[in-house]
Ligand binder design. Sequence first.
Ligand code: PMP
Length: 436
Amino acid sequence: MTTEAMPNAYRPGATNLPARELAMIERRQALLGPAYRLFYDRPLHLVHGEGVWLYDAEGRAYLDAYNNVASVGHCHPRVVEAVARQAATLATHTRYLHDGVLDLAERLLATLPAPIGHVMFTCTGSEANDLALRLAFAATGGTGLIVTANAYHGVTQAVAQISPSLGPGVPLGAHVRTVPPPDPATGDDRGFGPAVAAACADLLRHGIRPAALILDTVFSSDGVFTEPVGTLAPAAEAIRAAGGLFIADEVQPGFGRTGEAMWGFARHGVVPDMVSMGKPMGNGYPVAALALRPELVAGFGAQARYFNTFGGNAVAAAAALAVLEVIAAEDLQRNALTVGGRFRQGLSALATRFPCLGAVRGAGFFIGVEVIRPDSGLADGAMAARIVNRLREAQVLISATGPQGHVLKIRPPLVFSDENAAFFLDRLESVLATAE
Ligand code: PMP
C-alpha cells in the first residue's frame, strides 16, 4: 500500500528513534528495497507471540487487537504441533494422493453452501483471487470486473488492477469499474444493487462483457461496512443478470471472525459463485484457497491443468485442518459474537464521551470506529493516525483503514477475551483523554 493509503506507516525522521532501531530500519531498507512499509511512527521489533500477546525485543508485551492472521491466537500449540508433526512426516504436493488435502477440502465444503462443490488450493489470498479471475473469464467469456471504490484484492498484476486502495500509482484496468461501498450513512447501502447494475451497463456500453463482481464482504479497506445485512443480494442479482459471477473475497471476514457466520457473505443471506479465502486459514502458515461451483471450472479443467507447487501441500493442509478444529473446539465463532458484541458496546460508550469518535461499526471481531472532527463531523485521518500511534506507545496494537484513513481498524485474534477488551478500552480512554 502507498504511505498515503497507510496513514500510520512509519515515516523516516518523524520520530527520534534510538540508534539501534534506526540501524535496523536502514539495514532493512538496504536489503528489502523501497516498496515495503512499516507500521507506526516507532516501528515494532517483535520477537515472540502467544495468544493475544506480542512481545518486543525488550520483553514488553503488546495486546494484539489487529492481527487476523494468527486468528486462533499467536503460536497456538495445537496448530504448531500439527505443522511440526506433518513437517516431520511428509511434505509433498497435490500431485500425489494424500488424505490431508482431501480431509481439509471436505471440512471446508461442509461450511459452505451446497452449490459450492470444489476447493482449489493456493498459498495466498492474491493467488486465490487471481485464479478466481482466470476462471471467471473462462466461464463467462467476459473480462469486465466490478469492485468497490477503495477495494484491496492483492498483489498480482491482475488483482492489483482491481485494488484501488493501492492508490493512483497503480492504475485500475480499463476493464474495471468501481462502486461505492454500501454505507447506510450515505444511502449507498440501498443504492448498492443499482450501482452494480449501472457499472454493468457502463461496461457493456464500452463493449466489455461483465465477468465478475468481487467484494470483500465486510468492506474492510473501504472503512468496514457490515450493516444492514441483505445489501449484497441485489448486487449479486445485478451482476448475474449481466452474465457475470459474484465472487466473495473472504480473506478478511472468513473463518468465523464476524461471529454471526463462518463466512461474511452468509450474514447477508447470499450464495456466491466463488469464495476466496486465506489469511487466518493457517494461523500464520501460508495457505489459501478458492471454493467454487463445479460448473465454473469444468470447461477450464478440460483444457488446462492447475498445479500450485505449495498450494495445498501436506503441511499447509495440516495447519488449516488444525485451525478449523481449534475454531470448533474452542467455540471461537461464538466468542467473536459475544465478546465482540460487548467490546463494540464499550467502544460505543467511549464514543458518546469523546466527540472525536464517530460511528462504531462491525460484526464480531471486525470493528471499525470512525474518527471525526467534532465541529464538522468530517473524517480526521490525522487524528486516527495519532490515536493508532499513541495506542502503540500504550502497548495496544491496531491500525486505521478507509480511503481517508480515519477508521480505526480493530480486528483481534478470535481468542480475545472480555478482560482483553477491558484492558483495550482502558488504554484507549487514556489515549483519547490526552490526544483530543
Ligand atoms: N483480499 C483481501 C480482502 C485482503 O485483505 C488481502 C490481504 N490484505 C488479500 C485479498 C490478499 O491476500 P494475500 O496478502 O494473502 O495475498
